[in-house]
Design a protein around this ligand. Structure first.
Ligand code: ATP
Ligand code: MG
Length: 272
């Protein structure tokens, strides 16, 4: 059974750089570009999807026919997260084999419906979950999220190595929190430094596929369960996410890609 035509994992060696924010908005942007999309929150330690997609406690995955799990649906996207199954405040202490088992269940029992894209939000780091995932399913590509700090380059390098080792092609690097622009005077501040060294990234065989500024509506969208691509589809930030989505679609071969994507030219394709 095919899970999805294209499987994109969003990861980074470092915590808190905006992986989940990027993964969620990228999923919505792919949807807005006309693709069918599903989302797997593979952060079994600290799931973000319930909050970022605004899924309430009353919305739970359902048991379907013959051991299947019917995922939650929000904004036209099928969603699965450990956060739907375990109360938010309950920390789960996972042991390695349990992680793999849970992931395997999510991947094999959830009725994903073979969408054009399955976007996977990875936990920070290069650990068991990332390895299990690569062993369990053919991830078609990875996106690494980073911040402009020099120290982040070391993490990018580690992430690249991990994806290389697990034979997952790297689609590119998204630089998040690139700068902050004051809404009134439009002055730009490079809070985390001058930006990724493009030459060094090139030497690592990759490139920046998007730069996203730090801004309040993006953070609010995450906290309020309405991703910026949905809450403000005409904003500059939403357009940046859409541009990254288009780049990814092109990198996956566009219409002749592995998924044989035939994308209609539609505007706002999501429903609420
Ligand atoms: N471009 C941005 N502008 C404003 N806030 C942002 C931006 N990107 C991320 N944030 C905020 O920063 C915080 C961390 O982001 P997020 O949870 O996406 O990071 P993460 O890398 O997934 O973290 P973790 O490693 O814990 O999984 C969140 O509160 C999020 O709303
Ligand atoms: Mg996260």
């Amino acid at each position: 059974m095919s899970i999805a035509k294209n499987i994109i994992a969003v990861g980074s060696g470092k915590g808190g750089v905006g992986k989940s924010t990027v993964a969620v908005n990228l999923a919505m942007a792919l949807k807005a570009e006309g693709a069918s999309v599903a989302f797997l929150d593979a952060d079994l330690y600290g799931p973000s999807a319930p909050t970022m997609f605004g899924v309430g406690d009353d919305e739970k995955p359902q048991v379907g026919e013959g051991q299947t799990i019917v995922p939650v649906e929000k904004y036209g996207i099928k969603l699965m997260s450990i956060g739907f199954l375990v109360p938010h405040e309950d920390a789960i202490i996972w042991r390695g084999p349990m992680l793999g088992k849970m992931l395997q269940q999510f991947l094999s029992q959830v009725v994903w419906g073979n969408p054009d894209y399955l976007v996977i939000d990875l936990p920070p780091g290069t650990g068991d979950i990332q390895l299990s995932l690569a062993q369990l399913i053919p991830v078609t590509g990875a996106v690494v999220v980073t911040t402009p700090q020099d120290v982040a380059l070391a993490d990018v390098r580690r992430s690249i190595k991990m994806f290389e080792k697990t034979n997952v092609p790297l689609l590119g690097v998204v630089e998040n929190m690139s700068y902050f622009e004051t809404p009134d005077t439009k002055q730009r501040y490079q809070i985390f430094g001058g930006g990724a060294d493009k030459e060094k990234l090139k030497a690592l065989g990759t490139e920046i596929i998007g730069e996203l500024p730090l801004e309040i509506p993006t953070r609010e969208g995450g906290d309020q369960g309405k991703p910026i691509v949905v809450s403000a589809p005409d904003s500059e930030q939403a357009k940046r996410f859409r541009a990254i989505a288009r780049r990814l679609i092109a990198k996956q071969g566009g219409e002749s890609g592995p998924g044989g994507l035939d994308l209609p030219d539609v505007g706002e394709a999501y429903s609420s």
